[in-house]
Design a protein around this ligand. Structure first.
Ligand SMILES: [Mg+2]
Length: 269
């Protein structure tokens, strides 16, 4: 179907999510059940922002001590500093902590291969979007040269992007974000294509509040092919308790959905 309004994917996601909430309420089902209902809870990682390597390592250890077992380390400004930060984190956190590095389109293929070679055999198990989103050809070369998984984020916004990337052998994992995919409907398409090709997905976030995150938790919980969740943005917001019942509860790294119909969110106007 040709779109009359191009872009504005986050705005479209808001409408899509509201429609899934209505569909769920109409059917008397929580959205995760409406979508197939593999589970009603998920485990999320937590993001370590770029800073001084020692400070990043301290922050990482604090999160691990408070119950997180998966970390996403932001990188991509200075490959040398990124390497130091990854090393400092690996030296500091519990050995079972799973680590992914998100280079946010900031590395070259050569830098990516060298950095991942350095951390071969460690708990750093994936690199996310090292190259600019439009640089497709070298992703295949990276995959052939590293032992860790290559995850695409900015290169995949839609089911057709996912189809192209997978056909060209560019990815081991795809990071789906509802704000890129225009909501749950687009995310379903990306995940189905990935699953058919034997690839797992991560569901990530931009800077959504708990409403957007709740929709993403429903989507992730419904699909066993969504192997990883990076749904931590709501933790950065101050949220007055009286405003809304956010549809899920958090215990350490686990987000547990309510079994109320739709998203399960109550807004107290
Ligand atoms: Mg990313």
């Amino acid at each position: 179907m040709e779109e009359t309004i191009v872009g504005h994917t986050a705005l479209k996601a808001g409408i899509d999510i509201a429609l899934y909430d209505i569909l769920g309420k109409d059917a008397g089902l929580p959205v995760y059940q409406l979508l197939g209902g593999a589970s009603n809870s998920i485990k999320t990682d937590i993001t370590i922002s770029i800073g001084e390597p020692e400070q990043m390592a301290t922050e990482a250890q604090q999160y691990v001590s408070s119950g997180f077992s998966q970390l996403k380390v932001k990188a991509g400004i200075d490959p040398h500093a990124d390497e130091q930060a990854i090393q400092a984190i690996l030296n500091t956190v519990t050995p079972t902590t799973e680590i992914k590095v998100d280079a946010n389109q900031g590395w070259t293929a050569k830098q990516t291969i060298a950095i991942m070679e350095k951390f071969k055999g460690t708990n750093l198990d994936a690199v996310e979007q090292p190259l600019p989103y439009w640089q497709h050809e070298q992703n295949k070369l990276i995959r052939q040269s590293i032992t860790q998984n290559l995850m695409l984020d900015e290169s995949v916004h839609s089911p057709s992007d996912a189809m192209t990337a997978i056909k060209n052998g560019e990815a081991d994992l795809i990071n789906i974000k509802l704000m890129k995919s225009k909501g749950i409907f687009g995310a379903e398409g990306i995940n189905k294509i990935a699953e058919s090709a034997g690839l797992n997905c991560m569901i990530g976030c931009m800077a959504e509040t708990s409403i957007g995150i709740c929709a993403a938790v429903h989507f992730a919980a419904a699909h066993s092919n969504v192997a990883y969740c990076d749904l931590d943005s709501f933790m950065m917001f101050k949220q007055p308790k009286w405003l809304l019942d956010k549809g899920f509860t958090q215990e350490q790294d686990r987000l547990q959905l309510s079994d109320k119909p739709g998203l399960g969110i109550n807004v107290n106007f």
